[in-house]
Design a protein around this ligand. Structure first.
Ligand SMILES: Cc1ncc(COP(=O)(O)O)c(C=O)c1O
Length: 352
């Protein structure tokens, strides 16, 4: 608190990220990082980009990176926006596209940065409750609004919406932007990118933090009609013309082009998710059906916060949210098979 703060700062509730702690032999399953590491081609490209060229500013239009994203999705450069993480892309999206006279619609349980951006940018929003199975009930969204944002697969539940339901939303709101946050889509979801050629109100946002295992590089992107992208560019160029450095762009381009590596590591994570889900169910946990690189789970007889604390004592970090309706759940990122094995062994000991 300071008398020098502007009024808006007093009213902010900043987002709290998962812990990034250092501990010996830590099994870190709390922030949905990818256990397999980035593509070796991305590492080589970044090493090659370190040199005298860094004395110059990076390309403010990010043309090379936009082209790599466009190649990956069969789009043009004008349909692509890139930013320093999908959090930054989301922030510009809230600022540029989601503030209207009618409220923004969003699920009550979803990525907790959304309400933070609403308070930062003064956006009125309406939280629509997930149904009793913790699914986004698309029928609730067929009502007048200024815009819609949905994470698909949703976080922290991991539950995915079928594309047909997203398409129905796009059709019933032709004059409102519909933003689909696909941070986890590569782990078994259906991307709405396939609908871009038919809907000028659709913006799809993705990140290199999860399936490309580059959370520390901070690269995200949006796909949409050139008019939506132009709005994002206006905000970005009123904020920071060079949000992505040269090393970052070189690594991101190589990672996007290494489709086989992403596919192979994502399939390994999906296989581990299937194994972990069955092990957890055998221990009596309810596990929501996940299409992400994490599971969301609760034990009918054990308190979620206590389970998280007991795992922490064994140097295993998982995420627990003290929020209404989900305070008995744990969100557990999918680690290597060895890490998943350690988690299961620890839970067996805790429940014994
Ligand atoms: C739903 C969702 N969207 C966006 C992000 C942000 O990802 P990043 O800022 O690393 O690109 C996250 C991060 O966990 C997320 O869960």
């Amino acid at each position: 608190m300071s008398r020098f703060w502007s009024k808006v700062v007093h009213g902010l509730t900043p987002y709290t990220p998962g812990e990034q702690v250092q501990m010996p032999n830590l099994v870190k399953l709390n922030t949905n990082e990818n256990p397999y590491g980035p593509s070796p081609r991305a590492i080589a490209a970044m090493q090659a980009a370190v040199g005298d060229g860094l004395r110059k500013y990076s390309d403010p239009s990010n043309a090379g990176l936009k082209d790599a994203v466009a190649r990956r999705f069969g789009l043009t450069r004008e349909q692509v926006f890139v930013g320093n993480s999908s959090d930054e892309v989301l922030a510009h999206t809230f600022h540029a596209l989601l503030k209207h006279e009618l409220p923004l619609l969003r699920p009550d349980i979803s990525y907790s940065f959304y309400p933070t951006y609403c308070s930062l940018y003064g956006i009125e929003s309406l939280e629509l409750p997930l149904n009793e199975r913790f699914e986004v009930d698309v029928a609730d969204y067929h009502r007048p609004c200024g815009a819609i944002i949905i994470a698909n697969p949703n976080a922290p539940t991991g539950i995915a919406l079928p594309l047909a339901q997203i398409e129905a939303l796009l059709q019933s709101h032709p004059d409102q932007p519909v933003v689909i946050d696909e941070a986890y889509v590569d782990f078994g979801g259906e991307s709405a990118a396939a609908l871009l050629h038919r809907y000028d109100n659709l913006l799809v946002i993705q990140t290199l933090s999860k399936s490309r295992s580059l959370a520390g590089l901070r690269v995200g992107f949006a796909l949409g009609h050139p008019d939506l992208i132009a709005g994002l560019e206006r905000v970005k160029n009123s904020f920071n013309c060079y949000p992505l450095g040269q090393v970052q762009q070189a690594g991101a381009i190589a990672a996007l082009d290494d489709v086989a590596y992403t596919e192979q590591t994502s399939q390994a994570i999906i296989a581990s998710r299937t194994w972990l889900t069955s092990q957890m169910q055998a221990l009596g946990f309810d596990v929501l059906p996940s299409h992400a690189n994490f599971i969301f789970t609760r034990h009918p007889q054990r308190d979620g916060a206590q389970l998280a604390a007991a795992l922490r004592e064994r140097a295993i970090l998982v995420r627990h949210f003290k929020s209404p309706r989900i305070d008995q759940f744990l969100r557990i990122s999918i680690g290597t098979d060895e890490e998943c094995g350690k988690l299961v062994d620890a839970l067996k000991a805790i429940l014994a």
